[in-house]
Design a protein around this ligand. Structure first.
Ligand code: PLP
Length: 390
């Protein structure tokens, strides 16, 4: 199927039809599978033949979702998870050992930071945090015991980019695993494996579902690494439910059209905010004003659906805007068909110290908008009236 275009592969790759000749894949709500014979059971458990045994290990709905994600991310194998955090955790815990060291971006999703600062140290795994856009810091943080580089690009919520080609080369030269959380870009806008990433992790809860209904996660990457992650997942049990897998596989069919509209809307909102008298600064990767505009065009197809801006007047004015929006949802989520506004300093990043927030590019006046699929003028009008207050 690889010669077909992204949109086609996302739609046309599906499980083989059953004898019912269904057009769309059915939902397989079954916890276990039956064996035709004792010999077949033995062969399946032995791994001599591939097939379903138990839905914690595999299920036709999860398989279809993983097969598509693996293909769309140009990877070899994948494993699905109940949530994005289960995927991120397994991509670390399945591979790093006591005494190992991780170099990670200082601008990660909150729970990923918590795993690295509070959970992994209990097993003697330490992390050094670096500015995602500073090659010298990445290089300087590597130690003999370093095993993995972990990054999100664009970053949350500052929308700073890490240079994927640089990191891919660094990982190869130093024999490290490059693990990229590609949640913000989705495989439609960016394929980290093309630049040398060994693992690509996702929260499918965001743009892959895209309509704020189900949670899910996936890790795709090199077959050898996926073997260890799959072993970890099978034994520890963070399996994606067949129903959520069915929703997510269906959602991939519309990922391209949805992302194009998300990007159209985000570009227009970014343009509107960049000249608004109440706005101090605005970040959007495909805006010419973004300091990494060239890099964005090199490694991303378009700029994505997140727009981050800082209002004049700091925390007080940011609170006003959040309270005055009429249509846009006040939520900490992102990647929904509905536009969402978030005040990172008091919600998603409240657990960080002011210095950590500053390093991640978050001030008290920073607001993040996950631009949805509503008509763009309705989104702009709502923010305009909210900014007009105070
Ligand atoms: C939401 C998110 C996660 C966590 O995903 P869940 O599905 O909520 O567990 C991880 N990384 C990034 C970048 C996210 O936005």
């Amino acid at each position: 199927m690889n010669e077909k275009k992204f949109e086609t592969r996302a739609i046309r790759q599906q499980n083989e039809r059953t004898r019912n000749r269904e057009h769309s894949v059915p939902l397989y709500l079954t916890s276990s599978f039956v064996f035709d014979s004792a010999e077949q059971a033995e062969a399946l458990f032995d791994g001599q033949v591939e097939g379903n045994i138990y839905s914690r290990f595999s299920n036709p709905n999860t398989d279809e979702f993983v097969t598509k994600m693996t293909d769309l991310e140009h990877c070899e194998e994948g494993v699905a998870f109940a949530t994005g955090m289960a995927a991120v955790f397994a991509s670390l815990a399945g591979l790093v050992n006591s005494g190992d060291h991780v170099v990670a971006s200082n601008s990660l999703f909150g729970s990923s930071l918590q795993i690295m600062t509070k959970i992994l140290p209990r097993w003697n795994i330490s992390t050094t945090f670096v500015a995602p856009d500073d090659p010298d810091q990445w290089q300087g943080a590597i130690r003999p015991e370093t095993r993995m580089l972990f990054v999100e690009t664009p970053s949350n919520p500052g929308l700073r980019l890490a240079d994927l080609e640089f990191l891919g080369t660094l990982a190869r030269e130093r024999n490290l695993i490059l693990n990229v959380d590609n949640c913000f870009a989705t495989p439609y806008l960016q394929n980290p494996a093309d630049f040398g990433a060994h693992l690509v992790s996702h929260s499918a809860t965001k743009f892959i579902d895209g309509q704020g209904r189900v949670l899910g996660g996936v890790v795709v990457g090199q077959a050898e690494l996926l073997q260890d992650i799959r072993f970890f997942a099978r034994q520890t049990g963070p399996a994606l439910s067949p129903f959520n897998a069915w929703v997510l596989s269906k959602s991939l069919e519309t990922l391209a059209v949805r992302m194009d509209r998300h990007c159209d809307n985000a570009e227009k909102l970014a343009h509107f905010l960049s000249s608004h008298p109440k706005v101090k600064s605005m970040a959007y990767p495909f805006s010419a004003s973004h300091p990494q505009f060239e890099l964005a065009r090199k490694q991303m197809k378009r700029g994505g659906a997140l727009v981050t801006f800082e209002v004049k007047g700091g925390a007080e004015q940011a609170r006003q805007v959040v309270n005055q929006v009429q249509m846009i949802s006040r939520s900490s989520n992102l990647g929904d068909s509905r536009s969402i506004i978030t005040h990172p300093a008091t919600t998603t990043h409240a657990k960080q110290t002011p210095l950590e927030r500053e390093q991640a590019g978050i001030s008290d006046g920073t607001l993040r908008v996950s631009v949805g699929l509503e008509e763009i003028n309705d989104i702009i009008d709502d923010l305009d009236q909210a900014l007009g207050w105070g």
